[in-house]
Design a protein around this ligand. Structure first.
Ligand code: 13P
Length: 267
């Protein structure tokens, strides 16, 4: 288990993956309300970074609002093409996300892997494409219930991350999200100890592939049935640096309470 140096503590990231929810008009109302709620609560955005991941059709609206009102919120896409441009109907290039000031992009979410047959090699291509355009990938990895039973918790996520990083150079700005498939949308989150064990193993992979320095500054998020009632437990773990939140990110009050976990985590 890596020692935590409070001085070098990574800035936690609480990220809301909206999945296929909220159209562009709803996204404007949501982001405005979220910003007001956090401002009213005097949230310190330099202490806990907040990001939202709306559907592609919302991004321009969110970007315009964030820029016009100078909101301290990051945003990004839920996927990206591994290709630069061309005849790829329905795909979105990393250059387009960069042009919309997306700071991040989610890559390799388990729903993309299972519903769209995305492979580890495609994930590696998407990670390389995002980095080439200065968009930080949030690389999602995680085991199914079957994997957990057969191989234990960390084997599959570790292998997925190793391949995902295979085309990354050493100075990369990346985020890793450990999302056990069995915990996504199930109401059955991993325990903080389980999340910590896999997060530590994933940090080991980053160290092995990209070096200790990158590993020390890389944020590793936990995702899977995160709520305001369980976030504190995850955030007490030394290798867990935030959360990728699905369902609970669609409720402003609940998401804001997750963002403000320091009020109930005792950190
Ligand atoms: P839930 O928080 O709804 O379990 O979803 C997690 C997730 O998939 C975030 O990317």
């Amino acid at each position: 288990m890596a020692a935590v140096n409070p001085v070098q503590r990574r800035v936690p990231l609480i990220a809301g993956n909206w999945k296929m929810n909220l159209d562009h008009l709803q996204s404007i109302a949501f982001v405005q309300k979220l910003a007001w709620t956090l401002k009213d609560a005097s949230h310190d955005f330099s202490a806990v970074e907040v990001a939202v991941f709306p559907p592609f059709t919302d991004l321009r609206s969110v970007q315009t609002l964030v820029a016009a009102d100078k909101l301290p919120l990051a945003f990004g896409g839920q996927d990206v093409s591994e290709h630069e441009s061309g005849a790829y109907t329905g795909e979105i290039a990393a250059a387009f996300l960069a042009a919309l000031e997306c700071r991040y992009v989610i890559i390799g979410h388990s729903e993309r892997r299972t519903l769209h047959g995305e492979t580890d090699e495609q994930v590696a291509g998407k990670v390389a494409a995002a980095l080439a355009h200065g968009v930080a990938p949030i690389i999602c990895v995680g085991e199914t219930a079957d994997d957990l039973e057969k191989h234990g918790a960390s084997a599959v996520p570790v292998a997925q991350l190793r391949t995902a990083l295979s085309r990354v150079d050493s100075a990369a700005d990346i985020v890793v999200a450990y999302e056990p498939v069995w915990a996504i949308g199930s109401g059955q989150a991993a325990t903080p100890e389980q999340a910590e064990q896999v997060a530590a193993a994933l940090r080991g992979v980053v160290a092995e592939v990209l070096g200790e320095e990158v590993a020390a500054k890389t944020r590793i998020l936990y995702g899977g049935s995160v709520k305001s009632g369980n976030i504190a437990g995850f955030m007490r773990e030394p290798n867990v640096d935030g959360a990728l939140v699905g369902g609970a990110s669609l409720d402003v009050a609940e998401f804001a309470a997750i963002v403000r976990y320091q009020k109930h985590v005792g950190l």
